[in-house]
Design a protein around this ligand. Structure first.
Ligand code: F6R
Length: 603
């Protein structure tokens, strides 16, 4: 996830920007850059890789006078992590940094190119600086030019812009991506995409709302929304860096559960068009000659593949199999050239997945990776990659990475269904509508979280948990159980609901906790009768469903009942919160559970 900083004042501008970027490193990035306006000059520096590279590049540059600067850490979305694609992006006399995705950038780019504008990068961001300069040329007023620019942008953004035609101000805008502006006692101004960048510098801050835009000069902040000037709602800034990184949440895992709405918006942005799914990274010819799909992954990534294999067969009508990478490697698999080999990995470094990918590559198969970390080993080896855009995930127990993997795979299944003509445009449009609503579906409501907090006290003992579900809810049951066991150290299993009677039901008694995933839109009656069988054996039932279930000992009512994927994402959040709250009550270290590592680079 990208990070933004900005500063106006007479302290060491370079150091303040680099310092702010350092505080945002935890969010993950693959390149960084700064631009500083001092006297009449703008100096800009960019570097790929770690911040240290940028620090080295700027070593002989110093700032002494009153001035301003903007800085950025970039997590590649549009275009590779190169220096040209790193921010700040420049026009003739202005520089911009941006978080988020400009959805209509292609349309704006075409318009600007037809007017003779030359683009240097592959990013969506670059349109902003050129639009600003275009409007400046006609209006001759930087404030008006900035307002006109912001009006043209669709999508999510947090923007800072500096320009030689207004040497006193930083221009800013925020919609859908976080942005904070603050000041110290001297009137120096600080910007950041998260509190962490401002701690120890700004004394009071304003958290910008969606639709806010404005400009700031030394000692002065002006914020507008929809043409109206706003009162400045300043709040004192609290000074603890780690808790700022956690954004007020108790654990990173909790924060990451809450972030899912935002990152899912990032995942779909620019990829979900009105009538079709589009991936910049793919073209239809890549799928020529492909008759089957083989997924391969570990842990949570395996669970996301397992869930989406149902969609690939159902929507794209393509035979799809799923393998655990550590099993796949040693089974002498039959690898056929008409198979597309898809690996899924949050880190891109998991040894078993990486080795399985190499085997597929060496056997001459086409390979695709679904990955969260650009430039990781897996990304470098796969023929193509779809990045999941979850941002850095700190909690060892994966949450937002899972959500974004499922989303990318679901979109890919529709992309393939479109190519193969197995779904009509109308059907795909219907799915797209549902996809667009998913970020809202995963917003954590206070009432729900409170309920799960209270309810969790009844699930701290017993001789085991069975998470059960059918169809795509079976892999979700596996994932729910994995979350619980990783951070609570309680025994939990995921099981297909229909399989219980073939053995595990023998375990049923009041100390066996069953977490029943009972969606309304998929096999409700079937799963209901499976849960009734367990209830008849006195198992304790926590039912998660939009439909009241009278045999449940505990019940969490869900809101969505119209589409399996809406139900899937809503129930995913509930299982994550349940694991979190049980673990917290047991006094465990949620973010760093015993015996586990975030990236498993050994066999
Ligand atoms: C579970 C978890 C692990 C990983 C697995 C694969 O919460 O995080 O099960 O999913 O180790 O890791 P990646 O996705 O990085 O390949």
């Amino acid at each position: 996830m990208c990070g933004i900083v900005g500063y106006i004042g007479s302290d060491n501008i370079k150091e303040i920007l680099l310092d702010g970027l350092k505080e945002l490193e935890y969010r993950g990035y693959d390149s960084a850059g700064i631009a500083i306006l001092e006297e009449d000059e703008i100096n800009s520096f960019k570097a790929v890789g770690k911040l240290k590279n940028l620090v080295d590049k700027t070593a002989s540059f110093s700032t002494n006078a009153q001035g301003m600067g903007i800085g950025h850490t970039r997590w590649a979305t549009h275009g590779k992590p190169t220096e040209l694609n790193a921010h700040p992006h420049l026009g003739e006399f202005s520089y911009v940094v941006h978080n988020g995705i400009i959805e209509n950038y292609q349309e704006l780019k075409k318009e600007l190119q037809s007017e003779g504008v030359n683009f240097l990068s592959q990013t969506d961001t670059e349109v902003i600086v050129h639009l600003f300069e275009k409007y400046y040329h006609t209006l001759q007023d930087p404030k008006k030019a900035f307002v006109e620019t912001v009006k043209r942008l669709k999508g999510a953004y947090a923007i800072l812009l500096i320009t030689k035609v207004d040497k006193d101000r930083i221009f800013f805008a925020k919609n859908g991506s976080p942005m904070i502006v603050g000041n110290d006692e001297n009137g120096d101004i600080y910007f950041g995409s998260s509190d962490a960048a401002l701690i120890g510098k700004a004394k009071e801050v304003i958290y910008l709302d969606d639709g806010d835009y404005g400009w700031s000069s030394l000692g002065n902040i002006e914020i507008y929304n929809d043409g109206t000037k706003k009162e400045l709602n300043k709040k004192p800034l609290i000074g603890d860096k780690v808790s700022a990184q956690k954004g007020g949440f108790r654990f990173f895992m909790e924060k990451e559960i809450y972030e899912q709405s935002e990152v899912l918006s990032d995942t779909i942005m620019g990829r979900v068009l009105d009538e079709e799914i589009k991936f910049e990274e793919l073209d239809k010819s890549f799928f020529e000659g492909i008759e089957r799909i083989q997924f391969c992954a570990c842990g949570t990534s395996y669970n996301s593949a397992l869930a989406c294999a149902y969609l690939f067969e159902r929507d794209a009508k393509i035979p799809t199999s799923v393998e655990i990478a550590s099993e796949f490697r040693y089974k002498d698999p039959l690898l056929q050239k008409d198979t597309l080999f898809i690996v899924i990995s949050q880190s891109g470094e998991t040894a078993d997945t990486l080795e399985a990918l190499k085997m597929a590559r060496d056997a001459g198969l086409k390979t695709l990776s679904i990955c969260n970390v650009d430039n990781s080993s897996i990304v470098r080896i796969a023929d193509r990659t779809l990045l999941t855009r979850a941002g850095i995930e700190k909690g060892v127990a994966s949450t937002k990475a899972f959500a974004t993997q499922v989303m990318v795979l679901w979109m890919l299944s529709l992309y393939l269904a479109d190519i193969k003509g197995t779904m009509s445009r109308e059907e795909i449009k219907g799915e797209i509508e549902v996809i667009r609503h998913i970020p809202k579906t995963v917003v954590v409501e206070d009432r729900l979280h409170e309920k799960i907090k209270r309810l969790s006290k009844r699930y701290l003992h017993g001789h085991g948990f069975f998470y059960i579900g059918r169809d795509i809810f079976y892999p979700l049951a596996l994932e729910g159980a994995l979350k619980l066991k990783e951070i609570s150290y309680l025994h939990a299993e995921g099981y297909p609901a229909g399989e219980m009677k073939h053995g595990p039901i023998a375990l049923a008694d009041s100390e066996l906790f069953t977490i029943a995933l009972m969606p309304k839109s998929l096999h409700y009656d079937k799963v209901k009768s499976n849960v009734e069988e367990l209830s008849a054996r006195d198992a304790t039932i926590l039912a998660i469903s939009p439909e009241e279930f009278e045999l449940a000992d505990d019940f969490i009512k869900t809101k969505h009942a119209d589409h399996p994927m809406s139900e899937f994402f809503e129930m995913m959040v509930i299982t994550q919160l349940l694991a979190l709250e049980v673990s917290i009550r047991l006094g465990n270290d949620v973010d760093m559970p015993r015996n586990l590592a975030k990236s498993v680079t050994v066999e």
